[in-house]
Design a protein around this ligand. Structure first.
Ligand SMILES: Cc1cc2nc3c(=O)[nH]c(=O)nc-3n(C[C@H](O)[C@H](O)[C@H](O)COP(=O)(O)OP(=O)(O)OC[C@H]3O[C@@H](n4cnc5c(N)ncnc54)[C@H](O)[C@@H]3O)c2cc1C
Length: 473
């Protein structure tokens, strides 16, 4: 990072490079504003946005009338269209919400009504036979269900990367490893104190996820407290995917959406998440209690799933607050915009939050007129890392043109040397192994890097140029 960037005053600084911050920066990158993202970690998308259930929600079950309900519904359309444009993997699997008790069965009509209040009128109540016809491997005792044909699965990693990549391509300055630790207001500006030195901005947008309340306090507000709500998940091996053709949801309770079973975009099956309120905002480890809880739930939902092998487990932290809605507020005096309390729906709503927030900035007099389309770069074309559709190792023409796409580096996930090389040549190259995993799926398979780990390390050390792969030997 040059001292020039620390010396200059950005029109807007977005704190946080998760889905919300990246969507915001992309949106403002289309204007003439000079924008920067400050991200505490070494990469974008390394916070909550990397570890969720990866469902593109219709918003059928949101609380009607809330900002969240409106922005999830809008985000569903925006992200769905953007995914098609830039190649974010999406599968339109649909979902069934399953009732296992008489009480849950009785709740289905009101859930259908709620969906309709949220503007979603495609839900249907079906009987137990119809539920089993859709998902034959469900455990015994299903009493009925509610179909949600629009619920879909998506790649959260590619979503975050696409948004941040387009922001950078549009001229946004990305400052990773810049943690905001304090700030000073002077005149009409804010000097943000980071662990790499000060960065000055005319406007500050707080999209700091789990840290958003702390940044808000730095501006003198006491509007909310983030309570990290941990969600632990199991990922089952690919053989189990035929058992779960669509997302299977429980009837939600006061404790949240509950434990679901879902296919993943990479061809696995996911069971989870748990919902546990914590104090530690770094507690992304899994726990014995969490595992026991998931096994008990999974045993009921789909007993035969537990016969399948577990490839991985992980946990993410939702930024829950004491409010039942997002906390999105603009402080015109301080030239500061808060995008807080983006709890369990921010992957879906991110682009709509950015659209809404840009409207708030316009109302406050910020010139957010988009530059002419001809002066904007083409949207990025993201590498296809989903299982639906051809991957590079399956594309003979591509391999004939560039043999690196025929050289498999990670055998479980069929990742090629060409894809790893491309990741390092992209607008936001990976800086560590986890970043490379999110861009390519490398080492995410059943062996979790046992066989390919050394080759992958060589590729990482050489920024993708090493040819010391199994295939090359
Ligand atoms: C278990 C689980 C399941 C979920 N399932 C879904 C789902 O299926 N569908 C859906 O739509 N949503 C889902 N979500 C919610 C979704 O993942 C989040 O709402 C979304 O990722 C929030 O994005 P964000 O940008 O606000 O936060 P983050 O991704 O956490 O980004 C915030 C960024 O700010 C940075 N930061 C924090 N403090 C500072 C600072 N002081 N200085 C600089 N940078 C800072 C962090 O490093 C981080 O990268 C789920 C969440 C969890 C945990």
């Amino acid at each position: 990072m040059s001292t020039n960037e620390h010396g200059r005053t950005f029109d807007v600084v977005v704190i946080g490079g998760g889905i919300v911050g990246a969507a915001m920066a992309r949106e403002l990158g289309a204007t003439s504003l000079d924008v920067a993202i400050l991200e505490a970690r070494g990469d974008v998308g390394d916070g909550t946005s990397k570890a969720n259930t990866a469902i593109l929600h219709t918003g059928f079950d949101a609380k009607p009338g809330t900002l969240e309900s409106r922005l999830v519904a809008r985000g569903y359309d925006l992200l769905g269209a953007y995914a098609e444009q830039v190649g974010i993997p999406v599968e339109r699997t649909g979902a069934i919400l399953v009732a296992w008790t008489l009480e849950e069965l009785a709740a289905l009509p009101s859930l259908k009504e709620k969906a309709e209040q949220n503007g979603y009128d495609r839900c249907q109540i079906i009987d137990a036979d119809a539920v089993y016809a859709e998902v034959p491997d469900l455990g015994e005792g299903v009493l009925g269900g509610l179909t949600v044909p629009g619920e879909s699965i998506i790649c959260t990693w590619t979503t975050n990367l696409a948004l941040a990549t387009e922001a950078v391509d549009r001229g946004v300055t990305l400052l990773t490893s810049h943690r905001v630790e304090g700030l000073e207001r002077y005149g009409r500006r804010t000097r943000l104190m980071t662990d790499q030195g000060p960065v000055t901005a005319t406007w500050v947008i707080n999209a700091a996820g789990l840290g958003a309340d702390w940044i808000d306090e730095m501006f003198g507000h006491h509007r909310f407290t983030v309570t990290p709500r941990r969600g632990e998940l199991f990922v089952f091996d690919k053989q189990s995917r035929p058992k779960v053709p669509k997302i299977v949801l429980p009837v939600p309770s006061s404790k949240g959406k509950g434990v679901l079973v879902s296919p993943t975009i990479y061809g696995n099956v996911m069971l989870g998440p748990t919902a546990e309120d914590l104090h530690d905002r770094t507690a992304t480890g899994t726990s014995e209690d969490g595992f026991a809880f998931l096994l008990e739930k999974g045993g009921r939902l789909m007993p035969t799933l537990l016969d399948e092998e577990v490839t991985a487990s992980y946990a993410g932290l939702r930024a829950a607050t004491e409010h039942g809605d997002y906390v999105i507020e603009l402080d015109a005096e301080q030239q500061y915009l808060l995008l807080g309390g983006i709890r369990s729906t921010g992957l879906t709503a991110g682009m709509a939050i950015a659209e809404h927030a840009t409207g708030l900035l316009a109302d406050a007099g910020v010139d957010v007129t988009p530059r002419p389309e001809s002066s904007l770069p083409e949207p990025p074309l993201m590498p296809h890392i989903g299982e639906a559709g051809a991957r590079p190792y399956q594309d003979d023409e591509l391999i004939a043109a560039d043999p690196a796409y025929g050289e498999i580096v990670c055998f479980c996930e069929r990742v090629t040397r060409g894809e790893v090389r491309d990741a390092f040549c992209s607008s936001i190259p990976p800086t560590d192994l986890d970043g490379l995993r999110r861009r390519t799926r490398i080492m995410n398979g059943r062996c979790q890097g046992f066989f390919c780990g050394a080759n992958v390390q060589a590729l990482l050390d050489s920024a993708g140029t090493s040819t010391e792969t199994e295939a090359a030997r």
